[in-house]
Ligand binder design. Structure first.
Ligand SMILES: [Zn+2]
Length: 363
């Protein structure tokens, strides 16, 4: 006999679905079902089938044959079943095995459920770059310009710009030679000690004064500008901003509000392009220089100038076009490409470069 009766619910064969509250006891190899509202039932152990039930297998279903092929059924909570397990352990043994297997299945299921968001986020991150690239195709030109303007604003905030004088005039003259009809490009000269230039989305090109000072002539500068323009027209800059913005950009595209993006883009440091993007920009630069009747040798010549200056120790290594590696390989690729093209007559840009350098030397 069990020490304390075990509470359970009893479902008679063909009876109601709610069940009757009963108490269970064990006596001489039989289960006694003590009913408040009816006679006590007795189910011999041999007739009993015991199964774990419920979402987390926290219940036991005890059944035995009844009339009309429907069994008698008892539902017992696992936490209440201890006294029964104690007196009739064999009854629950088979069920316990199922219970443990069921629990293992359940915990595997739960683990998968918990893992799912992690997997989804992983997938999302993997697809973020291609997604950002696709969003770029839909960014309106005025948003592109806003981003460029924001980046220019930041450059202005970081240090002085050169708004007039021979160097600024020289930059605009070279830019005018390079610009195709209908193109909207803005060139700005920043007074900075590092030899660099960058292209922001929307056609904003910023050139540092040190670059003009390092160049030996206008054709070398034209080569660099043509390269930067290529980054703009190939939308490398916009793609780079988009990839850095990632989810931010996708959210902006979904909401149709890019307002936050330009402000955010302004916080970005220098845009870094892939080697493929650099090679592509180099070749497009040569196309433009030739098309505009400018000596295309200026581009490789400028990289050689940089390499020479660096070798002579005139340049601090970190500032040397960190985003534009002037490798020997790159110079060679440019020269080889030019060797394969028909020679065309170039019209010299005709700017007194010594005067430009002198103007920049006096602040
Ligand atoms: Zn570049």
């Amino acid at each position: 006999m069990t020490d304390a009766p075990v509470p359970a619910r009893y479902y008679p064969p063909g009876g109601d679905a709610h069940g009757h509250p009963v108490r269970l006891a064990w006596e001489a190899g039989s289960l006694l079902i003590l009913r408040d509202d009816g006679p006590t039932l007795r189910a011999p152990a041999v007739t009993l089938a015991v199964e774990a039930r419920g979402f987390n297998h926290e219940q036991w279903a005890l059944s035995w044959p009844g009339g009309d092929h429907a069994p008698h059924l008892l539902i017992v909570a696992d936490r209440e079943a201890a006294p029964l397990k104690q007196v009739a352990p064999t009854l629950f043994r088979q069920g316990e095995r199922y219970r443990r297997a069921g629990r293992r299945r359940l915990s595997a299921g739960l683990a998968l459920l918990l893992l799912l968001p992690v997997l989804l986020i992983g997938l999302l991150l993997l697809s973020l770059e291609p997604l950002a690239d696709r969003v770029v195709e839909h960014i309106p030109p005025e948003v592109e310009r806003q981003i460029g303007e924001a980046m220019l604003l930041r450059t202005r905030a970081e240090g002085p710009m050169i708004e007039d004088g021979p160097a600024e005039a020289a930059l605009q003259a070279i830019a005018a030679r390079l610009t195709r009809p209908g193109e909207k490009l803005d060139f700005h000269l920043a007074r900075r000690p590092d030899i660099n230039a960058f292209a922001a989305p929307g056609g904003v090109v910023v050139v540092n004064s040190a670059l003009l000072q390092a160049a030996r002539n206008a054709e070398e500068v034209a080569g660099v500008l043509a390269h930067e323009i290529a980054h703009v027209t190939l939308r490398h800059s916009l793609h780079q901003v988009a990839r850095s913005a990632g989810l931010r950009l996708i959210a902006a595209a979904v909401l149709g509000d890019y307002g936050g993006i330009s402000g955010w883009a302004a916080q970005l440091g220098e845009l870094k392009f892939s080697r493929d993007a650099e090679r592509e920009a180099d070749l497009h630069a040569l196309d433009r220089l030739i098309e505009k009747g400018i000596d295309p040798q200026g581009l490789p010549a400028f990289f050689e100038t940089l390499a020479r200056q660096q070798a002579a120790g005139n340049l601090r290594p970190p500032v040397l076009f960190s985003t534009h590696p002037a490798t020997a390989e790159r110079i060679e690729a440019l020269r080889a490409n030019l060797a394969g093209r028909p020679q065309v007559a170039a019209t010299p840009i005709g700017i007194d470069w010594e005067a430009v350098r002198a103007a920049l030397a006096t602040p």
